[in-house]
Design a protein around this ligand. Structure first.
Ligand SMILES: CC(C)(COP(=O)(O)OP(=O)(O)OC[C@H]1O[C@@H](n2cnc3c(N)ncnc32)[C@H](O)[C@@H]1OP(=O)(O)O)[C@@H](O)C(=O)NCCC(=O)NCCS
Length: 131
């Protein structure tokens, strides 16, 4: 489940954020966290599983769009669908907004969009199937 970031999560959030390509040095990470805390249109969430926090997702919230700025999952939990589940749950919090990406999140958002569209098409073609 998604948990809204607070100061108690600082260390784990920085550790998870450091998997993002542009967040490799400590100064940059501190600046990034600070922006999420201080700027009203930015929001950071962690993904909690039984074993603890395993992912982080950060967004910039606009009037009509929500831009994915950071997304990372602990390497030992990758390829299990958490990245996509985090985006899905996030969009449920902002149902009226369209998901957009930045340079680093672009390819994953494209993959997410393509798979969502395919699932929607499948549902229309096979309305009684369970997904
Ligand atoms: C990107 C990331 C969050 C995906 O998390 P995840 O929990 O493994 O994602 P899912 O299990 O939902 O999806 C895995 C699929 O996404 C693909 N994928 C991983 N990173 C990708 C990327 N940057 N662009 C496009 N596809 C990507 C995987 O190859 C896999 O493909 P498949 O379903 O066809 O096998 C994770 O790989 C990560 O933390 N990467 C380092 C951080 C990073 O690069 N962030 C910027 C990109 S969002």
């Amino acid at each position: 489940m998604l948990i809204r970031y607070n100061k108690n999560h600082e260390k784990i959030a920085m550790g998870l954020l450091s998997f993002n390509p542009d967040e490799k040095d400590l100064q940059k990470l501190l600046q990034t966290i600070n922006e999420y805390v201080s700027e009203q249109n930015r929001q950071l969430y962690l993904w909690k599983e039984e074993e603890g926090m395993i992912g982080v997702i950060g967004v910039k919230i606009g009037e009509i769009e929500i831009q994915l700025q950071h997304l990372s999952v602990n390497p030992s939990h990758r390829d299990k669908g958490f990245g996509k589940r985090m985006i899905k749950e996030l969009l449920e919090l902002y149902p009226d907004k369209k998901l957009t990406a930045n340079e680093t999140t672009e390819t994953f958002v494209e993959k997410f969009d393509t798979e969502q569209t395919l699932q929607e098409e499948n549902k229309k073609e096979h309305p009684l199937s369970v997904y």
